[in-house]
Design a protein around this ligand. Structure first.
Ligand code: UD1
Length: 355
């Protein structure tokens, strides 16, 4: 059987790696890897391929950045001839980025079966570009692999036939489980005993300069009691430069970190403050408190059973939540079902059975 995987942005890479490994272990399987080039910086892409042992992409569409319509349409135009030539049995798409919906839409029109890894997640907030990508990809996919039971419920409510839906667990956790033992060795030497690890890149937090300034001021305030380590996404970096905001000992602005180093930084952190999706899940698995600077989450299980607390945009609430963590107030948390390192194997078995 021939499987063609499509990835493009940083959060896709930790999801494709375990499935390629699981499929490679099976006889008679051929795999093709297409990188759309949505993320292209060395520290947003190449380093992940190296650390996660992902093979060199067979094809790089090199689309780069642009508006949503530009990026999505460029991926579609460049991907179509590739998939027509390759004639795979299955195309696998990951997560909720523009590369995911672009590839799924091309395949649906060509009647090439699509499997969506990390299906069914919903924030119910259509101002998020990712929510549009999730809704549409799940309508188009032939097999939908969900990380948590809420995903199954969302899909059934949207009319997706039950036989297409498979609750397989969280594939990103497969990568975490495999690489956690290697992570600690990559920790930087000059690390404070206690620190908050921060990531911010959602348009809703960083695109408006006044909102970003308020956030950075709040973080600077928190930094006086708990040093802040903030690896800055390129999108956020541009805005911070526009603001003329400068680095300080209490608010350390770092370059984006590699997978292993970021994992080690999460594990050692006193608290993580983020607007990412995947980091809400990784902190839940690691048992590290997570404060999410968004009004909603598409990963509710991280709140109901995990370590995540939704803070929204209330920066006073953020300050109080950090204090509570420093006072030793910890949520009772567990790891959600099937976040066990075996998701890729379960997906590979289901795909194999379609042959
Ligand atoms: C994308 C995903 C988001 C995911 C995030 C993880 C969509 C709609 N969004 O957001 O869901 O959480 O990736 O990082 O697909 N840039 C660089 N170098 C790069 C990549 C981007 O400088 O390698 C800069 C460019 O100025 C670009 C901006 O970052 O315009 C945004 O990149 P883009 O891929 O459009 O979206 P992300 O914010 O990265």
């Amino acid at each position: 059987m021939h499987f063609l995987h499509v990835v493009g942005a940083r959060p896709n890479f930790m999801k494709v790696a375990p499935l390629m490994r699981a499929l490679a272990a099976r006889p008679g399987v051929r795999q093709t890897l297409v990188h759309t080039g949505q993320h292209y910086d060395q520290n947003m892409s190449d380093v992940f391929f190296r650390e996660l042992d992902i093979p060199e992409p067979d094809v790089n569409l090199a689309v780069g950045s642009g508006t949503h319509a530009e990026q999505t349409s460029q991926i579609m135009q460049r991907f179509e001839p590739v998939v027509v030539e390759q004639k795979p049995d299955w195309v696998l798409v990951y997560g909720d980025v523009n590369s995911t919906i672009a590839a799924a839409l091309v395949c649906a029109k060509l009647q090439i079966p699509v499997g969506h890894v990390e299906a069914g997640l919903r924030s119910f907030d259509r101002t998020m570009p990712e929510e549009i990508n999730r809704l549409l990809t799940d309508q188009l996919a032939d097999l939908l692999f969900t990380p948590s039971a809420d995903g199954d419920r969302n899909l059934l409510r949207e009319g997706v036939p039950r036989e297409r839906i498979h609750f397989v667990g969280n594939i990103m956790i497969d990568t975490l489980v495999r690489l956690l033992p290697k992570a600690a060795a990559t920790l930087p030497a000059e690390l404070p005993e206690q620190y908050a690890l921060v990531t911010l890149h959602r348009p809703s937090n960083v695109d408006e300069l006044s909102d970003l300034k308020r956030l950075l001021d709040a973080l600077t305030g928190i930094g006086t009691t708990l040093p802040i380590i903030f690896p800055v996404h390129p999108r956020t970096r541009q805005k911070i430069v526009e603001l003329g905001f400068s680095h300080s000992e209490t608010l350390r602005l770092w370059e984006p970190q590699s997978y292993l180093r970021f994992l080690a930084l999460q594990q050692k952190a006193t608290v993580v403050i983020t607007d990412s999706g995947g980091i809400q899940e990784e902190t839940t698995f690691l048992g590290v408190p997570c404060l999410t600077l968004r009004d909603t989450t598409e990963r509710p299980v991280t709140v109901t059973v995990g370590t995540n607390v939704i803070i929204g945009r209330d920066l006073n609430l953020l300050g109080r939540a950090v204090k509570a963590v420093l006072n030793g107030e910890k949520k009772n948390s567990t790891v959600p079902p099937l976040w066990d390192g075996g998701a890729a194997e379960r997906i590979a078995q289901i795909l194999e059975a379609t042959g």
